[in-house]
Design a protein around this ligand. Sequence first.
Ligand SMILES: [Zn+2]
Length: 162
Amino acid sequence: MTEQPEEEFIGITIVTNLPYDWSMGPYSGRLFREMRDNKKLVAVRCPECKRLLFPPEMVCGYCNIRVEDDWVELSDKGTVVQYTLAGMPIFDIREGKLKGAPRPSANVKLDEGVYLMHWLEETDPEKLKLGMRVQAVWKEEGRGRGYEDILYFRTIEESSND
Ligand SMILES: [Zn+2]
């Protein structure tokens, strides 16, 4: 029996530098501009079914009609309707590095009824609850990176009179 030669794995280093700009178009562009300039989330309302479309879209997918300029400013407060607490570091594709754990992500139902996936500030598993009230914490500087203009959602306490 002849001994098989060890298979050689060849590694090739490829260095790329591909900076590019991505046009967000008029609808997402307006959302991202409001986030960057005013720390605000906006949606657009369909004239037919009256649904809020978030992120804003040019065409209502339910009615298949063009949505005009009925812009609605959203609260940046909402309720956690789902969350995931990752026990391992998460690879952040935007920054190209591992982010430490725990780092909970959540689906937040904003007070106007639309949903936004984002990070939570709270990392204590005992304090993470469905139905917890949260509010966006915005970057003070360096905005202009879309949803990254929000650092995370922070747990808020509200009185019953709110
Ligand atoms: Zn519609």
